[in-house]
Design a protein around this ligand. Structure first.
Ligand code: ADP
Ligand code: UDP
Length: 238
Protein backbone atom coordinates (compact mmCIF):
# COMPACT_ATOMS: atom_id res chain seq x y z
CA UNK A 1 0.00 0.00 0.00
CA UNK A 2 1.52 3.35 -1.10
CA UNK A 3 1.88 6.18 1.40
CA UNK A 4 0.18 9.19 -0.18
CA UNK A 5 -0.70 12.52 1.41
CA UNK A 6 -0.26 13.89 4.87
CA UNK A 7 -3.65 13.84 6.67
CA UNK A 8 -3.21 14.96 10.26
CA UNK A 9 -0.51 15.52 12.87
CA UNK A 10 -1.50 14.96 16.49
CA UNK A 11 0.50 15.03 19.71
CA UNK A 12 1.85 11.49 19.40
CA UNK A 13 1.21 10.35 15.82
CA UNK A 14 0.99 11.45 12.20
CA UNK A 15 -1.65 10.05 9.83
CA UNK A 16 -1.20 9.60 6.06
CA UNK A 17 -3.61 8.57 3.32
CA UNK A 18 -2.84 5.57 1.10
CA UNK A 19 -3.83 4.76 -2.48
CA UNK A 20 -6.85 2.91 -1.02
CA UNK A 21 -9.29 5.29 0.73
CA UNK A 22 -10.34 2.52 3.16
CA UNK A 23 -6.86 2.49 4.77
CA UNK A 24 -4.42 4.94 6.28
CA UNK A 25 -0.91 4.83 7.70
CA UNK A 26 -0.16 5.79 11.30
CA UNK A 27 3.34 7.00 12.13
CA UNK A 28 4.28 6.99 15.82
CA UNK A 29 6.28 10.05 16.94
CA UNK A 30 8.88 10.39 19.70
CA UNK A 31 7.07 13.38 21.22
CA UNK A 32 5.45 13.03 24.64
CA UNK A 33 2.87 15.42 26.06
CA UNK A 34 0.96 15.60 29.33
CA UNK A 35 -1.56 17.89 31.04
CA UNK A 36 -3.27 18.73 27.73
CA UNK A 37 0.13 19.44 26.09
CA UNK A 38 1.28 21.96 28.74
CA UNK A 39 4.25 19.61 29.40
CA UNK A 40 6.16 18.49 26.29
CA UNK A 41 9.31 16.56 25.46
CA UNK A 42 10.73 14.24 22.85
CA UNK A 43 12.40 10.92 23.72
CA UNK A 44 14.25 9.17 20.90
CA UNK A 45 12.93 5.63 20.47
CA UNK A 46 9.58 6.19 22.25
CA UNK A 47 7.59 6.14 18.98
CA UNK A 48 9.16 2.85 17.94
CA UNK A 49 8.41 1.20 21.31
CA UNK A 50 4.78 2.39 21.26
CA UNK A 51 4.38 1.12 17.70
CA UNK A 52 5.76 -2.31 18.66
CA UNK A 53 3.68 -2.54 21.85
CA UNK A 54 0.47 -1.23 20.27
CA UNK A 55 0.82 -3.58 17.27
CA UNK A 56 1.31 -6.59 19.55
CA UNK A 57 -1.70 -5.63 21.71
CA UNK A 58 -4.00 -5.06 18.71
CA UNK A 59 -2.90 -8.45 17.32
CA UNK A 60 -3.63 -10.09 20.67
CA UNK A 61 -7.08 -8.48 20.91
CA UNK A 62 -7.89 -9.48 17.30
CA UNK A 63 -6.92 -13.07 18.16
CA UNK A 64 -9.58 -12.91 20.90
CA UNK A 65 -12.27 -11.62 18.52
CA UNK A 66 -12.07 -7.85 19.13
CA UNK A 67 -12.61 -5.90 15.89
CA UNK A 68 -9.87 -3.28 15.55
CA UNK A 69 -8.54 -0.85 12.93
CA UNK A 70 -5.14 -2.57 12.94
CA UNK A 71 -4.11 -4.34 9.71
CA UNK A 72 -0.35 -4.83 10.09
CA UNK A 73 2.85 -3.20 11.28
CA UNK A 74 4.77 -1.77 8.33
CA UNK A 75 8.11 -0.91 9.95
CA UNK A 76 9.64 0.45 13.19
CA UNK A 77 7.32 3.43 13.48
CA UNK A 78 4.40 2.78 11.11
CA UNK A 79 1.21 0.70 10.99
CA UNK A 80 -1.35 0.16 8.26
CA UNK A 81 -4.83 0.65 9.72
CA UNK A 82 -8.40 0.87 8.46
CA UNK A 83 -9.39 4.50 8.10
CA UNK A 84 -12.25 5.38 10.43
CA UNK A 85 -14.25 8.40 11.39
CA UNK A 86 -13.34 8.73 15.08
CA UNK A 87 -16.20 8.81 17.61
CA UNK A 88 -15.29 11.97 19.60
CA UNK A 89 -15.34 10.13 22.92
CA UNK A 90 -12.37 8.88 24.95
CA UNK A 91 -13.31 5.85 27.03
CA UNK A 92 -11.32 5.36 30.23
CA UNK A 93 -11.53 2.08 32.11
CA UNK A 94 -10.08 1.97 35.63
CA UNK A 95 -9.25 -0.96 37.91
CA UNK A 96 -7.35 1.00 40.58
CA UNK A 97 -7.96 4.61 41.66
CA UNK A 98 -5.34 7.17 40.63
CA UNK A 99 -4.79 10.17 38.35
CA UNK A 100 -7.59 12.56 37.43
CA UNK A 101 -10.20 10.40 39.22
CA UNK A 102 -8.59 11.08 42.61
CA UNK A 103 -8.03 14.77 41.84
CA UNK A 104 -11.61 15.29 40.65
CA UNK A 105 -13.46 13.36 43.35
CA UNK A 106 -11.03 13.46 46.28
CA UNK A 107 -11.08 9.67 46.61
CA UNK A 108 -8.02 7.90 48.00
CA UNK A 109 -5.22 6.83 45.62
CA UNK A 110 -4.37 3.19 44.83
CA UNK A 111 -7.67 1.64 45.91
CA UNK A 112 -8.62 -1.53 43.99
CA UNK A 113 -12.14 -0.98 42.67
CA UNK A 114 -14.87 -3.57 43.37
CA UNK A 115 -15.51 -3.68 39.60
CA UNK A 116 -14.07 -1.81 36.60
CA UNK A 117 -15.10 1.85 36.40
CA UNK A 118 -15.91 3.10 32.90
CA UNK A 119 -15.81 6.84 32.19
CA UNK A 120 -16.50 8.89 29.06
CA UNK A 121 -14.61 12.05 28.11
CA UNK A 122 -15.31 14.38 25.20
CA UNK A 123 -12.34 14.28 22.80
CA UNK A 124 -11.78 18.03 22.54
CA UNK A 125 -8.32 19.45 23.32
CA UNK A 126 -9.61 23.04 23.36
CA UNK A 127 -11.99 22.12 26.20
CA UNK A 128 -9.39 19.94 27.97
CA UNK A 129 -11.27 16.67 27.26
CA UNK A 130 -14.08 17.18 29.85
CA UNK A 131 -15.77 14.19 31.47
CA UNK A 132 -19.29 13.59 30.12
CA UNK A 133 -22.25 11.34 30.84
CA UNK A 134 -23.94 8.92 28.44
CA UNK A 135 -26.80 11.41 28.12
CA UNK A 136 -24.39 14.11 26.87
CA UNK A 137 -22.99 11.69 24.29
CA UNK A 138 -26.48 10.80 23.02
CA UNK A 139 -28.22 14.19 23.24
CA UNK A 140 -25.40 16.07 21.49
CA UNK A 141 -25.01 13.37 18.84
CA UNK A 142 -21.43 12.33 19.71
CA UNK A 143 -22.55 8.70 19.44
CA UNK A 144 -25.69 6.71 18.79
CA UNK A 145 -27.28 4.51 21.44
CA UNK A 146 -26.22 1.40 19.53
CA UNK A 147 -22.61 2.62 19.22
CA UNK A 148 -22.44 3.55 22.89
CA UNK A 149 -23.70 0.14 24.00
CA UNK A 150 -21.04 -1.55 21.84
CA UNK A 151 -18.30 0.88 22.93
CA UNK A 152 -19.00 0.10 26.61
CA UNK A 153 -19.23 -3.63 26.01
CA UNK A 154 -15.99 -3.82 23.96
CA UNK A 155 -14.12 -1.55 26.42
CA UNK A 156 -14.97 -3.86 29.34
CA UNK A 157 -14.04 -6.92 27.26
CA UNK A 158 -10.70 -5.29 26.39
CA UNK A 159 -10.17 -4.63 30.10
CA UNK A 160 -10.77 -8.29 30.97
CA UNK A 161 -8.51 -9.51 28.14
CA UNK A 162 -5.66 -7.08 28.80
CA UNK A 163 -5.80 -7.42 32.60
CA UNK A 164 -5.31 -11.16 32.19
CA UNK A 165 -2.66 -10.75 29.46
CA UNK A 166 -0.58 -8.35 31.58
CA UNK A 167 -1.08 -10.37 34.79
CA UNK A 168 0.80 -13.20 33.04
CA UNK A 169 3.65 -10.75 32.40
CA UNK A 170 3.81 -9.63 36.05
CA UNK A 171 2.14 -6.31 35.28
CA UNK A 172 -0.98 -4.71 36.80
CA UNK A 173 -3.21 -2.89 34.31
CA UNK A 174 -4.29 0.09 36.43
CA UNK A 175 -6.30 2.06 33.85
CA UNK A 176 -6.31 2.94 30.15
CA UNK A 177 -7.97 5.02 27.44
CA UNK A 178 -9.57 3.71 24.25
CA UNK A 179 -10.89 5.37 21.09
CA UNK A 180 -13.35 3.94 18.59
CA UNK A 181 -14.22 4.82 15.00
CA UNK A 182 -16.62 3.90 12.24
CA UNK A 183 -15.21 2.58 8.94
CA UNK A 184 -16.59 3.16 5.42
CA UNK A 185 -18.96 0.22 5.78
CA UNK A 186 -20.45 1.56 9.03
CA UNK A 187 -18.64 -0.93 11.27
CA UNK A 188 -17.48 0.22 14.72
CA UNK A 189 -13.80 -0.58 15.28
CA UNK A 190 -11.41 -0.14 18.19
CA UNK A 191 -8.91 2.45 16.88
CA UNK A 192 -6.00 4.74 17.85
CA UNK A 193 -3.32 3.10 20.07
CA UNK A 194 -2.82 1.01 23.20
CA UNK A 195 0.58 1.75 24.69
CA UNK A 196 2.34 3.05 27.82
CA UNK A 197 1.23 6.53 26.63
CA UNK A 198 -2.43 5.53 27.04
CA UNK A 199 -2.34 2.92 29.83
CA UNK A 200 -1.04 2.82 33.39
CA UNK A 201 1.09 -0.25 34.04
CA UNK A 202 2.60 -1.16 37.44
CA UNK A 203 5.09 -3.91 38.08
CA UNK A 204 3.09 -6.48 40.10
CA UNK A 205 5.85 -7.04 42.65
CA UNK A 206 7.53 -3.69 43.14
CA UNK A 207 4.57 -1.49 42.00
CA UNK A 208 7.09 0.48 39.91
CA UNK A 209 5.32 2.67 37.34
CA UNK A 210 6.09 1.49 33.79
CA UNK A 211 4.17 4.10 31.77
CA UNK A 212 3.74 7.80 30.95
CA UNK A 213 3.35 8.64 34.66
CA UNK A 214 7.19 8.51 34.73
CA UNK A 215 7.07 11.53 32.39
CA UNK A 216 4.04 13.24 34.01
CA UNK A 217 5.62 13.03 37.48
CA UNK A 218 9.30 13.44 36.46
CA UNK A 219 10.19 9.99 37.82
CA UNK A 220 13.03 9.50 35.29
CA UNK A 221 13.94 6.67 32.89
CA UNK A 222 10.78 6.95 30.80
CA UNK A 223 12.32 5.03 27.90
CA UNK A 224 13.56 2.26 30.24
CA UNK A 225 9.99 1.72 31.45
CA UNK A 226 8.60 1.53 27.89
CA UNK A 227 11.45 -0.87 26.97
CA UNK A 228 10.55 -3.06 29.95
CA UNK A 229 6.91 -3.26 28.80
CA UNK A 230 8.07 -4.20 25.28
CA UNK A 231 10.54 -6.76 26.67
CA UNK A 232 7.77 -8.53 28.60
CA UNK A 233 5.17 -8.23 25.80
CA UNK A 234 7.61 -9.62 23.22
CA UNK A 235 8.77 -12.42 25.56
CA UNK A 236 5.13 -13.21 26.36
CA UNK A 237 4.09 -13.55 22.73
CA UNK A 238 6.83 -16.14 21.95
P1 ADP B 1 -4.15 13.66 19.29
O1 ADP B 1 -5.04 14.10 18.15
O2 ADP B 1 -4.96 13.29 20.50
O3 ADP B 1 -3.04 14.57 19.54
P2 ADP B 1 -2.50 11.51 18.07
O4 ADP B 1 -1.21 12.24 17.99
O5 ADP B 1 -2.49 10.17 18.65
O6 ADP B 1 -3.64 12.23 18.88
O7 ADP B 1 -3.07 11.49 16.59
C1 ADP B 1 -3.75 10.47 16.03
C2 ADP B 1 -5.13 10.96 15.59
O8 ADP B 1 -5.66 10.04 14.64
C3 ADP B 1 -6.11 11.01 16.75
O9 ADP B 1 -6.93 12.15 16.62
C4 ADP B 1 -6.92 9.73 16.58
O10 ADP B 1 -8.23 9.87 17.08
C5 ADP B 1 -6.93 9.56 15.08
N1 ADP B 1 -7.04 8.15 14.64
C6 ADP B 1 -6.64 7.03 15.29
N2 ADP B 1 -6.88 5.92 14.55
C7 ADP B 1 -7.45 6.35 13.40
C8 ADP B 1 -7.95 5.67 12.22
N3 ADP B 1 -7.89 4.34 12.11
N4 ADP B 1 -8.50 6.43 11.24
C9 ADP B 1 -8.56 7.78 11.36
N5 ADP B 1 -8.11 8.47 12.42
C10 ADP B 1 -7.56 7.77 13.44
N1 UDP C 1 -5.42 8.88 29.07
C1 UDP C 1 -5.00 9.02 27.76
N2 UDP C 1 -5.26 10.19 27.11
C2 UDP C 1 -5.91 11.23 27.69
C3 UDP C 1 -6.34 11.09 29.04
C4 UDP C 1 -6.08 9.91 29.70
O1 UDP C 1 -4.42 8.10 27.20
O2 UDP C 1 -6.13 12.26 27.02
C5 UDP C 1 -5.16 7.63 29.80
C6 UDP C 1 -4.06 7.77 30.85
O3 UDP C 1 -2.81 7.40 30.32
C7 UDP C 1 -4.51 6.80 31.92
C8 UDP C 1 -6.04 6.79 31.81
O4 UDP C 1 -6.34 7.28 30.51
O5 UDP C 1 -4.03 5.50 31.61
C9 UDP C 1 -6.72 7.65 32.86
O6 UDP C 1 -6.13 8.92 32.86
P1 UDP C 1 -6.58 10.05 33.91
O7 UDP C 1 -8.00 10.40 33.62
O8 UDP C 1 -6.25 9.61 35.28
O9 UDP C 1 -5.81 11.31 33.46
P2 UDP C 1 -4.41 11.99 33.79
O10 UDP C 1 -3.91 11.50 35.11
O11 UDP C 1 -3.60 11.60 32.61
O12 UDP C 1 -4.80 13.44 33.80
Amino acid sequence: MEKRDFMYEGKAKRMFTTDDPAYCIVEYKDSLTAFNALKKDSIEGKGQLNNLISSALFEYLASKGVETHFVRRLDDVRQLVRKVSIVPIEVVVRNITTGSLCKRLGVEENRALARPLLELYLKDDALGDPIITEDHALLFGWSTEEQLAKIKDVSLTVNTLLTDYFAHLGIILVDFKLEFGVDGTGKLLLADEISPDTCRFWDAETKKKLDKDRFRKDLGDVLGAYREIWRRVSEGSK
